[in-house]
Design a protein around this ligand. Structure first.
Ligand code: MG
Length: 160
């Protein structure tokens, strides 16, 4: 009746002027580097969904060697993954995730990310939770070299 899935992703910073996190555009003096729009949080969530349904991982479905995926909106990637789990007879029961970033400060953006993720997945915002952490000044997160995200999702069967 239930399936659990876990996802993790990390993208490093590069020169730029904004980044995308949880499907929300955030003005910032750097961007995240990636083949798609580098939305590290949506990638972690997509992998959690795929993992729970036994459907592999985001790299298999959306290879970074494909021109089709260059600069691709990760909201679209997550939507396709959500359709894939629905086709297998599952829907999201709830989702919890953590974004680890020294900068930008994400506290004020958690609700916007939560609402956006819930919208992409077609569930009520109360089924989605977004937590923000720093890197305590150490490691690649703390030195503002990268942003990392982890997500855990519970799927429930659509069938009666
Ligand atoms: Mg990624």
């Amino acid at each position: 009746m239930f399936r659990i899935g876990f996802g993790q992703d990390l993208h490093r910073f590069a020169e730029g002027s904004s980044l995308r996190l949880g499907g929300v555009s955030i003005p910032f003096e750097r961007k995240l580097l990636g083949h798609s729009d580098a939305d590290v949080l949506l990638h972690a969530i997509a992998d959690a969904l795929l993992g729970a349904a036994g459907l592999g991982d985001i790299g298999e479905l959306f290879p970074d060697t494909s021109e089709e995926n260059r600069g691709r909106d990760s909201a679209e990637i997550l939507m396709i993954c959500n359709e894939a789990i629905e086709n297998e007879g599952w829907k999201v029961s709830n989702l919890d995730c953590v974004v680890s970033a020294e900068r930008p400060k994400l506290g004020a953006l958690k609700k916007a990310m939560r609402d956006r993720i819930a919208g992409i997945l077609g569930v009520e915002p109360s089924r989605v939770n977004v937590k923000a952490k720093t890197g305590e000044g150490v490691g690649p997160i703390g030195r503002s070299e990268a942003i990392e995200a982890t997500a855990v999702v519970l799927l429930e069967s659509i069938k009666e």
